[in-house]
Design a binder for this molecule. Sequence first.
Ligand code: AMP
Length: 177
Amino acid sequence: MPDAAALRQRVAGLVREIPGFPQPEVVFKDITPVLADAAAYTGVVAWMAAPFRGTTDKVAAIEARGFILGGPVAYALGTGLVPVRKLGKLPAPTVAEAYMLEYGEATLEMHVDAIEPGDRVLIVDDVIATGGTAAATAQILRRAGARVVGVVALLEIEALGGRARLSDHDLRVLLSA
Ligand code: AMP
């Protein structure tokens, strides 16, 4: 388990804010400098995995930046990885959920046969903003018969209130902004 305070400080210094991307109203939290820093990247992955060791059967990683963190978290936990993808990307039968974004609507999908009934699943993403993406993923997993053991992200944008939408879940974030 990495020293969480030191890790927080290092990661906070690396997350880059890009105002006006991809839309004028948004301040985009760019995590790519965190990924490029070996100590930060490996530390974040270890921090995400640690509380869920031994209690997780699969990691559900949300397209696209969730894949970059969820893959190594699954590897660290020794579990399988389930990609939760944007509409139309998965080839086999899926369970899908439409949800509201800050602006507009989106649909996420997961392969129906990716989950065994009762699987204990950890959801991984990079940023919790409104929480809609993680909440839709939790709903997909629930409908597929999984039990969501937690939701973990690198960063939460507190002002957007995502935590309230995920109140049924064990939500863990390294940083709040
Ligand atoms: P949410 O509003 O929680 O459903 O966020 C949707 C997705 O968009 C999350 O998976 C984040 O990766 C991404 N996202 C939303 N807002 C931001 C932001 N301000 N900076 C970086 N990523 C964001």
